[in-house]
Structure formats: structure tokens, C-alpha cells
Design a protein around this ligand. Sequence first.
Ligand code: FAD
Length: 555
Amino acid sequence: MTESDLPVANLTPGRWGNPAQSVELPAAARDALKHLGVRRPTPPAEAGEESGHPGAEPAPEAGGAGSAVGAGGARSAAAGGAGLGVTAGQLEFLSSVVGSQHVALEWEARWGHTRGYSTTDLLRFRAGDTDDVPDAVVYPGTHDEVQAILAGAAEHDLAVVPYAGGTSVVGGLAPTRRFITLDLRRLDQLEELDEISRTATLQAGVRGPVAEALLAERGYTLGHFPQSYEGASIGGYAAARSSGQSSAGYGRFDQMVVALTIATPRGTIQLGRAPMSAAGPDLRQLILGSEGAFGIITSVVVRIRPRPTERHFEGWRFDDFDSGLTAVRRLAQDGPLPTVLRLSDEVETAVNLADPDVLGGGSGGVLAIIGFDGPYNQATADVLTASGGTNLGEGPGETWRLGRYRAPYLRDPLLDEGALVETLETATFWSRVPALKAAVTQALVDALSTTPPLVLCHISHVYETGASLYFTVICAQTDDPITQWRTAKAAANKAIAEAGATISHHHGIGTDHRAAYTAEIGPLALEALHAVKQTLDPHNVMNPGILLPEIQRLS
Ligand SMILES: Cc1cc2nc3c(=O)[nH]c(=O)nc-3n(C[C@H](O)[C@H](O)[C@H](O)COP(=O)(O)OP(=O)(O)OC[C@H]3O[C@@H](n4cnc5c(N)ncnc54)[C@H](O)[C@@H]3O)c2cc1C
């Protein structure tokens, strides 16, 4: 099975993954949770029930995103009457642009576009928290429709949140004002494939597996495989500077983008006339990572590569994280890099390996995974051997490859059992990696001292000058797990800032990281970004409070 065979997961609100493939927690994991003091919480409130949010109408009988896109969405809800989140004038405007059948006001569609998939988001779903529910969900079908909505948004007093796959884990879909959601799923085309230049023009709503399948038909791959691959979309990858598990071989998503089109409230901008250019600053980089604050990316031109005819994955053992770190740094700096390069620390190795004998007679150590899209490269293996690594063969590599999208499925059953489980990530230069890892781990342990946590860490994105660190935290939930996590996350953010690292390597900023981001870039850089926002979005209709703190709106 390869990525182009995987189906798109139709995510349900508040629970990760393809509902048809939910996973059970292994019995051994349940036992392990007892050692962390994890106890099953009292049954959660029925998610999706109304809780008096000012814009919420009584839940209608059926509907949902699927039926909303179908016939009669706006008409039927409008006929339903009182308490709609949008005014008649706003509804008339939206319907005039996209057609009333592409405006959904039903509760189920709006609830299904509420927030994203951070653990805090999931806990708020479980608590039935209806803050952040959009007033309407609109499904534009063309760039021009997106452009027309943004151009008229201020006049109709609408704040707009673009929604691609909905997998944000940083509060990127929860703005600071009431809003409508523009779901881009109808922008689902491979517009052009230039085999001579090896580029593909993909619309923003194409989901990861669909992009791979469309390219596979022509013998190509994008090579972008984040762990959210089953749900996330091209537009979201670009807007949040995503990085996939094969980044060592294919690069980050922002490195793949050669051109893009963005609709802003002031008009359309097209960037990228050539692969590289000395014509001033690279404005593509201003839009990549802008998380909808300046406008909506409607299509991107990405570099593509021939589909590999063979793939190899294998596991390697190192005595400890430090020796593994030296090995992956050597590969990152002097090569040859594999396509996938991943190093788990001692705790992550112990937690993830059901069979510790994989590492050789229970002697401890840490696990590294390397993968090649294409022929096996013995020179890579030679560097690992010279750095003290032991080749464990294909078994652990294949286990990782086959389970790579399943790990996030465990979060919901863990939450069901009463565990708090969440991830965070950062990046720094090689010389600072050990201190950063120690500082973040200590901050989490201290902040969660009443529910002692397991803190797992791995490296899976490497550069010549540094790497990202990805942490997973597991502990017992307190009675207020949302505050519990926010406190721990604040401590981790502080440790990241004090260590001179970045608040995010690939999850982005959203609302959760906004304060840390503004501190990271400083007041002058923030002012410059606000000036860009003021120019492209003078009435602040785009993603208010996401990425940037809100500024005063022009009247
Ligand atoms: C289980 C899980 C695993 C994950 N693993 C990874 C990983 O391995 N690597 C990684 O990089 N990320 C990962 N993420 C985070 C997330 O999947 C990425 O940030 C992804 O890029 C978001 O894409 P999306 O299509 O879901 O975007 P959305 O969540 O819909 O949107 C993200 C942000 O961008 C804005 N936006 C969306 N589309 C556009 C557009 N066309 N133009 C302008 N703004 C837009 C949204 O308003 C929002 O602020 C993971 C998330 C989960 C839940």
C-alpha cells in the first residue's frame, strides 16, 4: 500500500481519523496508564448540544456538510426561521455569489466546521462547547467566487475563515470574532501538469490523498506526507507551512511551492513567474504561512517528482539519543540523506515499541527509522554504522511505515480512558538541540508535577543547520484538563523562548501561538506584518486574531 491508495478521511467533529477505522487501545497500554494514575473520567456531556452561544439556532433534524452542499441548503434553513447566525442581507449576498445551494446554515454543517483537532479542541467538543461555531458555511467553486466574497465581505460585515482540511492544531479556525467559514473543498482540481518543468497546478481544496492519486495517474508524486495526510489539504499545507514525514527527501511544503494565486479583499495577486527570481523580495514567502490573515490561496503550482518504483524502510539502533543525534546530524550536513529520517528518544522508543527485543535483548537504546523512495543507498547506511548505529533490518521500518498514520487515532481512546495526551513541536540549531530538549522536558514535568507525565521526543525534520523537536506528553487528566494542558503548554512555550528556539516548526501559529509568535518576531516586524494586513485586508475581515493580534479596522 502506498499513500495514493489511502482514502480521504471524512473526519467527524471532535474525533480524529476515518471513523470506519477507529482503533482500540491495546490492553498493555491500559495497564501502563494505571501507573500514570489515569482513571476513567465521568461520562462527557453529549457533544453537539446547544449551549446558548449567541449565534446558535436550535439544532435542525438533519443536514450536515454533505447535504448542505446539495440542493436547498440555504433555502431550507432560512425557511426554518429565527435565530440564524447570518442576516437576511448577508445570506442574500452569499447566495448571489455561490448559489443558495452552496450556503449551509444547518447546525450539523456549522458544528462540523468548528475549531480543529488539537487536544484542547477535542476536549471542548466533548464538553459540548459551542463557542467558535461559524454562522454559516459557504462552499465557493471557483477562484472568482472566493474573490467576490472577500471583496464584498466588509460591506456585508462578514469576517471570513478559510477552511481547507480543518486539521489545524493551533486554533487556526477559531478567530476572535463571529465569522463565516469558506470551505474550499469544491476547489478540488488538478488544473495543469507540466511534465517538462515537472510542476503541477493544484487547487487549494484538493486533499492530500486526492492530490497523490491524481498525480499517480500520470506517474508523479508530490511526496508530502504529514501525519494528518488523510484529512489535510493543499491550501492548508501552504497556509500553515506544513512539513511531511518525508521532508528529508522532498523538503517542506513551502519548498515545493513555485507559484501561487491568492484572493484578498483588495483583489487577486499571482506570484511566481520563475522557479527563482532576483526581482525583489520573494513575496511567495510572505503568503506561505500567512494562515488566511491576508487572503485565501486558491491554487498553488508545486514541484513534482516521478513516482518511485521501489521503497525501502528500515530500523536502526543507537545506544542513546545523543549518539543517534550525532548520526542524523552527520547525514543532514554531509549526506547522503534518505527520504525519511527519524530518531526517537529513549522514552518514545520504549513507549512505541511493543516488543523491546526489537532493539536487541532488552538492552535499551533508541530507535531510528530511515526510508528511501527509490533505491536503497548503502552510503547512508555506512554513515549510520560509522556513527555507532546497528542495522535492525526492514521489520521495524515496515512497522513504522504501515502504522505512520495510525498513531493519532490512539489519542481519542486515550482521552476516553482519562489520559491527557498532546503534542508540541519547535526547531533550533544543532548546537542548541540538547539544551532545548532538556529545558522543554523539564518545563512539562514541572508544570504537570501533580500528574507526573511521560514526555516523549523525536526528531523527524532535519536541515544542515538544525532540526525540529517533536514532543508528545501523556499523563492523567485532572478535573479540568483544558486548564491543565494550557498551563503545561505555557511552561513549554516559555522554555522554548528562553532557549532561543521557534514557537513552531510546522504546526503554525493560529490563535494558540499568537502571543509567543509576536514576542518571537518583535514589535517592528509585527508592525510590518500589520502594514501588509492593512493593505490587503483594510477592514480586517480575514481570520481576525489568527496569526496576528487584531488591529483597528478602517471604517
Ligand atoms: C493528527 C494530526 C497530525 C498532524 N501532523 C502534521 C504533520 O505531520 N505535519 C504538519 O505540518 N502538520 C501536521 N498537523 C497540522 C495540520 O494538519 C497542518 O497544519 C495542515 O497544514 C493543515 O491543513 P488543513 O488543510 O487541514 O488546513 P486547515 O486546518 O483547514 O487550515 C489551517 C489554517 O490555514 C487557513 N487556511 C486554510 N486554507 C487556506 C487557504 N487556502 N488560504 C489561506 N488560508 C487558509 C485556515 O483558516 C487556518 O488558519 C497535524 C494535525 C493533526 C490533527
